[in-house]
Design a protein around this ligand. Structure first.
Ligand SMILES: NC(=O)c1ccc[n+]([C@@H]2O[C@H](COP(=O)([O-])OP(=O)(O)OC[C@H]3O[C@@H](n4cnc5c(N)ncnc54)[C@H](OP(=O)(O)O)[C@@H]3O)[C@@H](O)[C@H]2O)c1
Length: 325
């Protein structure tokens, strides 16, 4: 009998560079990238990831950014890096511009030269929040300086021949690095769900505004959508947010319900009682219908995302993928 010799097949994975891999979305992109046929290479800035292969990069250093990209030659670059503490950006505008606009331009310019696809993570805050349910074709009208830098970042990204802009809303999920308390250069301390769970764990009450509405976005769900965008043939804007349009107060209540804490630990407050340097949009909820149709993904409601988060048991289990639905 003729024997068939099996020939080992080398599957070539495409190189995807995650800029900001110590972050919440960045860490999920690295985790899920192999499921989508990508070898993930990653960068960090102030914090050190467990992955020793990560490159230290500050995107405001134009020369270092160019050299790293030219060395790695990624097919796809995802820029999750930003200074996104909204009130800090309001009072440190030059610094915010340097990171969110000039840093993005440093990446985008080299992406164009290398012919890499460039994905820029933006925000729901590009909208003024007067109507909510924003679609990709709605025109941004930023209320504060952080949002203005993100609109400028979008303009910079859209000059790359193959580009995509992904807009999430309040992002939540497990990132063990956030629990360490080591400050990120993003200015963010800890995401809302982890913050609330920490307070509940200490039996402390949480005050949350009941008059600002957004679309809480489960980081794992968002990362998997971005990995589909990486292989999507075409440039444009994608709303990559959760399906629920709820206030922070309602979101905190949902966290209590799903994680079995008393809802009495959540107290509603109005924006008027919360002194903030930057005015927040009242309703920046995003419509994800078009992105779902184009990418064949399903975005989770807040309840579904929180249940997934709970099922991960407080970890960042690398084998757990929610996949697309
Ligand atoms: N979090 C939200 O609720 C939210 C909502 C809407 C949109 N967004 C947007 O979504 C993106 C990702 O958010 P996230 O919550 O995943 O962010 P994150 O957890 O704060 O992580 C941000 C990442 O960017 C890196 N970084 C910051 N400044 C940098 C610089 N100058 N050079 C190089 N790297 C730098 C950080 O590195 P180190 O930690 O190592 O310093 C970190 O890896 C951001 O662009 C943000 O504007 C976030």
């Amino acid at each position: 009998m003729k024997r068939i010799r099996s020939v080992p097949v080398r599957v070539t994975m495409r190189r995807l560079l995650v800029v900001g891999a110590t972050g919440l979305v960045g860490s999920k992109l690295v985790k899920f990238a192999p499921n989508y046929g990508y070898e993930a290479l990653s960068t960090h800035n102030a914090r050190h990831p467990e992955d020793s292969k990560s490159f230290k990069l500050d995107i405001t250093d134009g020369e270092a950014t160019r050299m790293l990209l030219e060395e790695v030659k990624p097919e796809v670059i995802v820029n999750t890096a930003a200074l996104h503490n909204v009130d800090y950006c309001e009072t440190h505008q030059e610094e915010a511009h340097r990171v969110n606009v000039e840093g993005t331009a440093n990446l985008a310019d080299t992406a164009s030269k290398l012919g890499s696809r460039f994905i820029y993570v933006s925000t729901d805050y590009v909208f003024d929040g007067r109507t909510g349910h924003y679609s990709e074709s709605d025109v941004p009208n930023p209320l504060h300086y952080y949002a203005r830098t993100k609109v400028e970042g979008e303009a910079v990204a859209s000059k790359v021949p193959s580009y995509a802009i992904a807009r999430p809303s309040v992002i939540y999920g497990w990132n063990p690095l956030e629990a360490t308390g080591i400050p990120s250069s993003s200015g963010k301390t800890v995401n809302f769900a982890m913050y609330v769970l920490d307070k509940f764990g200490k039996n402390e009450t949480v005050k949350a505004v009941n008059d600002q509405f957004s679309s809480p976005t489960f980081a794992d769900n968002m990362a998997e959508a971005v990995l589909r965008i990486a292989s999507f043939d075409g440039s444009g804007i994608f709303h990559t947010a959760g399906r629920s349009c709820i206030s922070r107060y309602e979101f905190a209540l949902k966290i209590a319900e799903v994680f079995n804490y008393p809802t009495t630990l959540v107290q509603p407050v109005s924006s008027k009682d919360f002194k903030q340097a930057a005015e927040r949009p009242k309703n920046s909820c995003l419509s994800v219908d078009d992105t779902e149709r184009e990418l064949g993904v399903r975005f989770l409601t807040a309840e579904e995302g929180l249940r997934e988060m709970k099922s991960q048991g407080g970890t960042n289990d690398p084998t757990h993928s929610i996949g697309s639905r």
